[in-house]
Design a binder for this molecule. Structure first.
Ligand code: AGP
Length: 618
């Protein structure tokens, strides 16, 4: 996934674009570039590497002037990270500059045709082919007096040849003061300013300038100047333009006094769990309530099966959701990787509800799963964090996580907010079925105790850092658990591997004896998620098996457990709670453990290598 920002107005564009790139960097950071128009001159600067080491230095050494421009930070899909593969890309004439987020699937055929027509390319990217295609279409309209219309028609004509996904912005020396944007499958947002307008793939990049935005829809093409913007739709010719107000402000997407966004977001969890609960607990009815499911109680009662589709950390949350909904509502749940759900022949009965989970609301695999479910005629709900994101807008209903902007690539607060939403949903469904008021109230009260309990866990950060330093030289970790603690272990392992680059494997504690225990040595630390829940004794037996083979054990255990200290090498104690909520409580120390270990190893915690915050390619 990449980040795009465009500006047209009365101020110098370069500083605005650079600031926007910094706010977009978590979306991809292999390289970055800008194209700024100064009357009829197009100033292009681009550089591999992260913003501050690459493009920022390039612009300081060789500034560009102009009050309109586009910029891009890249997560490489086609073509390795390099200066020439960095965006913006120019057409053959050098008059048109393009920045693009997405994948042009038929770019090779187009490239062959253009090469045969005499074009030459500087890069190996699909985007440069798109730029040349736009330039080729522009030649048909270049003599028209309406330069804005000519550029729009050139972009539209080129996109009609495209198979694939795009969120793009285009400027041309032939149309000073005019910017054209278009989207299909990758997000693109218009930011409405006073005598200035913005284009971006993520509202974080412009929230400091405006909170009035338009979330463009697939096939929309926008023609924008400092004073106005017009939207047409390639599919229907009439576009629906709805002005929305961003719920968060610039401060929310700043790091504040924290060294990393990830640490800030870990520490925000008492507040974000509160936000996820706010207004959703019905004490009197001993249930949960939602404003946006868009399903009647009768429809919800008619649901006989639920499929949850997601990716990565959201898939781990989905696995915990399976335990929650089956345990509290007795509705059969099947969890699928979003990409698998799309492409395998999953027999799905008519009374099946599909639920997708996505923090960004833009993950291509998960968006495909949503559309596949709807294509088959199923109600499809979504649990999403980013308001106005594609998945949020295309789902038939859903639940917002209310975790605020999550900038760190490793998901933390969105994960625990998702678990809160899933617990509330399970109670909501359960109370329409067999779940007693008493049992529901036990879990609801435990949910309300979470913020203070998470606060106390955050107070252990220094001790957890010491523990991380103790194991900083390990090359392999296991994270083990059973029941609710099994997916919790999977998530703990993902956190560690994706930010510290240490090989960490989440596994069922029970399954270890069927092979993987062969890997246990004195240098293989095993993190056991072992709260005093219904699986405690069984998990303890698995822990003893590891100890018998001299594997070091780090236990995430319940306060008051006076046995665990005798069998584990190190213990992090969790506050006592309901079984359903230990995944939330255990994840906080696991997040801190991964964070401190990654920092100790000198890793870039917020922008880990090879990753991006949301993967908008299939
Ligand atoms: C989580 O730490 C990772 N960054 C990644 O697995 C992420 O959860 C996954 O790509 C899904 O993203 P989404 O929730 O935005 O759909």
């Amino acid at each position: 996934m990449c980040g795009i920002i465009g500006y047209v107005g009365g101020k110098q564009a370069a500083p605005i674009l650079l600031d926007g790139l910094r706010r977009l960097e978590y979306r991809g950071y292999d390289s970055a570039g800008v194209a700024v128009l100064d009357r009829a001159e197009l100033g292009v600067r681009k550089k591999t590497g992260k913003i501050d080491e690459g493009i920022a230095r390039e612009l300081a050494a060789d500034p560009v002037q102009g009050t309109m421009g586009i910029a891009h930070t890249r997560w490489a899909t086609h073509g390795a990270p390099s200066d020439e593969n960095s965006h913006p890309h120019l057409d053959a004439s050098g008059r048109i500059a393009v920045v693009h987020n997405g994948v042009i699937e038929n770019y090779e055929q187009m490239r062959e045709r253009l090469l045969a027509a005499g074009h030459t390319f500087q890069s190996s990217t699909d985007t440069e082919v798109l730029a040349h295609l736009i330039g080729e279409h522009y030649e048909k309209y270049q003599d028209e007096p309406d330069r804005a219309g000519a550029l729009t028609r050139a972009v539209s004509g080129a996109l009609r040849e495209v198979i694939g996904t795009y969120g793009l912005a285009v400027v041309s020396t032939e149309a000073p003061g005019v910017m054209v944007g278009a989207r299909r499958g990758s997000p693109l947002i218009v930011g409405i300013g006073h005598d200035e307008n913005f284009l971006t793939s993520d509202a974080n990049a412009i929230v400091a300038h405006t909170r009035e935005v338009v979330f463009l829809n697939d096939y929309d093409v926008v023609t924008m100047t400092a004073e106005r913007f017009d939207v047409v739709n390639l599919g229907t010719d009439t576009a629906t333009v709805q002005i929305s107000k961003l719920e968060f402000d610039a401060e929310d997407s700043q790091r504040g006094e924290f060294e990393h966004f990830m640490l800030k977001e870990i520490h925000e969890q008492p507040r974000t769990v509160e936000n996820a609960l706010r207004g959703r607990i019905d004490q009197e009815g001993a249930t949960a309530r939602f404003g946006g499911l868009n399903m009647t109680p009768a429809e919800l009662r008619g649901v006989q099966r639920i499929i949850i589709a997601a990716s990565g950390t959201s898939w781990h949350a989905a696995l915990i959701g399976e335990y929650l909904i089956e345990g509290l509502a007795h509705v059969p749940v099947e969890v699928e990787f979003a990409h698998e759900f799309c492409y395998r022949m999953t027999p799905v009965r008519r009374d099946t509800l599909v639920l997708v989970i996505s923090q960004s609301g833009e993950t291509a695999d998960t968006l495909m799963a949503l559309r596949e479910a709807q294509r088959r005629g199923h109600k499809a709900l979504a649990i999403v964090n980013v308001v106005g994101s594609t998945i949020a807008r295309e789902a038939d209903g859903g639940i917002y996580m209310h975790a605020g902007p999550e900038i760190g690539v490793a998901s933390t607060k969105a994960f625990t907010a998702t678990l809160v939403a899933l617990t509330l949903l399970a109670i909501h469904l359960g109370r329409m079925r067999m779940l007693s008021a008493g049992r529901a109230l036990e879990v609801l009260r435990a949910l309300e105790a979470l913020p203070a309990q998470i606060e106390s866990l955050l107070g252990q950060s220094d001790a957890i850092r010491e523990l991380a330093l103790k194991y900083a030289s390990a090359d392999d970790f296991f994270f083990l658990g059973r029941g609710y603690s099994y997916p919790t272990a999977l998530e703990g392992a993902l956190k560690l591997k994706e930010i510290s680059y240490i090989h960490a494997e989440g596994y069922s504690a029970a399954e270890m004896k069927h092979g993987p225990i062969a890997l246990i040595e004195e240098t293989t630390p095993c993190v056991f998620v072992i709260p005093q829940d219904s699986m405690y004794d069984k998990t303890m037996a698995n822990l003893e098996m590891i100890r018998a083979r001299k594997g070091p054990v780090i236990a995430l255990a319940t306060e008051g457990d006076d046995l665990i200290g005798k069998v584990a090498d190190d213990v992090i104690f969790l506050p006592r709670s309901q079984e359903e909520l230990y995944p939330i409580l255990a994840s906080v120390p696991a997040q801190l453990f991964a964070y401190h270990l990654a920092v100790a190893r000198g890793c870039d915690v917020d922008k880990p290598r090879n990753l991006a915050k949301s993967v908008t390619v299939l």
